[in-house]
Ligand binder design. Sequence first.
Ligand code: GNR
Ligand code: NI
Length: 173
Amino acid sequence: MAKLTILEFPDPRLRTKAKPVESVDDELNSLIDDMFETMYGAPGIGLAATQVDVHKRLLVADVTADRNDPQALINPVILEKDGVTVTEEGCLSVPGYYDEVERAEHIRVRFINRKGDEVEMEAEGLLAVCIQHEMDHLEGKLFVDYLSEAKRQRIRKRLVKDKRQRTADAVTL
Ligand code: GNR
Ligand code: NI
């Protein structure tokens, strides 16, 4: 098990479109374990493979307060979307920023689970929002893309500055 490094906006690697997973084997399951460790450790309610620089169609999620409902979705496809909901979203790849995003309230999603079985699931509320947020990552899309250009530029400048400062601190130590 290993905690993986999470890429941060505006890292261009976050813009990569992920490719379908070809086989659900031990290597993939070991990546899934590492993604859960990274997500729980962050802590976050979801994590897409894109965020750890693996460009495969894979995401993990657990939106429960008790952190006892781990879900791994491989090659997810949204079959149906219903309703509209607005949520204050955050992202581990955009640390420290939260803003409202409009998404479908209810979804039906088909995916392959970590055992290799094809399954369909209905999701609503925070789980539905989380899955849509993670599936955006697999397309190279971030929640800040739904905000105004001005807000996105402000966030980008601040994160670049913070990163520069962290690098400088590491040299000066
Ligand atoms: O931890 C996370 N919280 C969150 C809150 C509202 C909507 C989406 C999310 S996902 C985020 C973790 C993350 O960045 N996943 O890609
Ligand atoms: Ni995110």
